[in-house]
Ligand binder design. Structure first.
Ligand code: GUN
Length: 284
């Protein structure tokens, strides 16, 4: 099998260059796309993600605001901050970095973000719109996965897509986006018995669990497309996905690496959603 690498970095670079051009056009109309990111506490991983989001905003000519709140901030203060941003005309997208401290209800926070500024695509209104095939903000990671497949002109309609993982952020919406594109979708998760029985049937296999080497060569049908959404550290502290890349690449027709696969697409789609939010104010 000739394996082709899906180069997320390159696809993200091309998409970002398109976004930067669109931002320039909007600026000529007097609109500067603005993203507000709220970070609660000092989780180092969250801090890194948030810093990357800010940097990418600047690189693409967007306005970015970072609001840092103490770990022990009350839920009420956070909700009021979100409501303030909902009313701020310079802010088109709002992202509250997850996870939040235990004393704050994530769902309450998500439901307080205006669906029109919900660039994460986490609000139930956007999830409902996505499920019914209406225009919506799509969650950035699954959206990035679909973009990568579009880039390689992958056939999705009628194909069997197996999604391993059922998180609200990745697995569930990924399956829905594939269904919207007329795929036959199977979800596998921690309670699935005999995972291999399902994954071996996949034309497109999406691994989004968070377990090093969960998907081996034996899980993959010859010629399948394998998308690795995992972000793990192995025993040597090296960043790796859920897929045993070196062996699976022998059987896959296409495969995404980690790092340099889905990762760069997630922030790119966040920027795309912020651009979309900014454009939509023209119609108001
Ligand atoms: N934490 C990990 N991934 C994400 C994401 O995509 N959005 C938000 N808001 N928090 C996250």
């Amino acid at each position: 099998m000739t394996m082709n690498l899906i180069d997320g970095k390159e696809i993200a670079r091309q998409k970002r260059s398109f976004i930067a051009e669109e931002v320039e056009k909007l600026k000529k109309e007097g609109i500067i796309p603005g993203l507000a990111v709220i970070l609660v506490g000092n989780n180092p991983a969250s801090k890194t993600y948030v810093t990357n989001k800010e940097r990418t905003c600047r690189e693409l000519g967007m306005h970015s605001v970072l609001i840092e709140l103490d770990e022990d901030v009350s839920e009420q203060v956070l909700l009021e901050k979100v409501m303030e941003l909902n009313a701020d005309p310079d802010i088109h997208g709002i992202l509250v970095q997850m996870p939040l401290p235990k004393h704050i209800s994530e769902i309450k926070v998500i439901e307080t973000i205006s669906p029109d500024k919900d660039v994460d695509g986490f609000h139930p209104v956007n999830i409902g719109r996505m499920m019914t095939g209406q225009d919506a903000f799509l969650p950035c990671t699954p959206y990035g996965v679909i973009e990568m497949l579009d880039f390689i002109n992958a056939d999705i309609s009628g194909k069997h897509v197996v999604v391993v993982g059922r998180s609200n952020i990745v697995g569930k919406p990924a399956g829905q986006l594939f269904l919207n594109k007329n795929a036959t979708v199977t979800y596998c998760h921690s309670k699935s018995t005999d995972l291999m029985q399902y994954t071996r049937q996949a034309d497109i296999l999406v691994a989004a669990v968070g377990k090093v080497n969960l998907i081996t060569k034996d899980h993959v049908k010859e010629g399948a497309i394998v998308i690795d959404v995992g972000m793990n550290r192995n025993n040597e502290g090296k960043l790796c996905g859920d897929v045993d890349f070196d062996n699976v690449k022998e059987v896959a027709s296409y495969i995404t690496p980690v790092p340099g696969g889905v990762g760069p697409m997630t922030i790119t789609m966040l920027m795309f959603n912020t651009l979309k939010a900014a454009k939509s104010i023209r119609n108001k």
